[in-house]
Design a protein around this ligand. Structure first.
Ligand SMILES: [Zn+2]
Length: 54
C-alpha cells in the first residue's frame, strides 16, 4: 500500500501536474499526459521512459 503522504507530494515528471493512484491497477496515473507509472514494492517509478501511455 502506497503512503498517502507520498502520493500527495508526487507529481508527474513530465507535466509536473497532479497524479492519481489506481488501487486496482497499482499504478500512478497522469490524466493530462495519459501516462501510467508503475509501482514496485510500494515505490512509485516516476520515470517517463518507464511509463506506459494509454
Ligand atoms: Zn503528466
Amino acid at each position: 500500500m502506497l503512503d498517502e503522504k507520498l502520493l500527495e507530494i508526487l507529481v508527474c515528471p513530465k507535466c509536473k501536474g497532479k497524479i492519481v493512484y489506481s488501487k486496482e491497477e497499482n499504478k500512478i496515473i497522469c490524466e493530462t499526459c495519459r501516462l501510467k507509472y508503475g509501482v514496485l514494492n510500494d515505490i512509485p517509478i516516476m520515470l517517463i521512459d518507464e511509463a506506459e501511455s494509454y
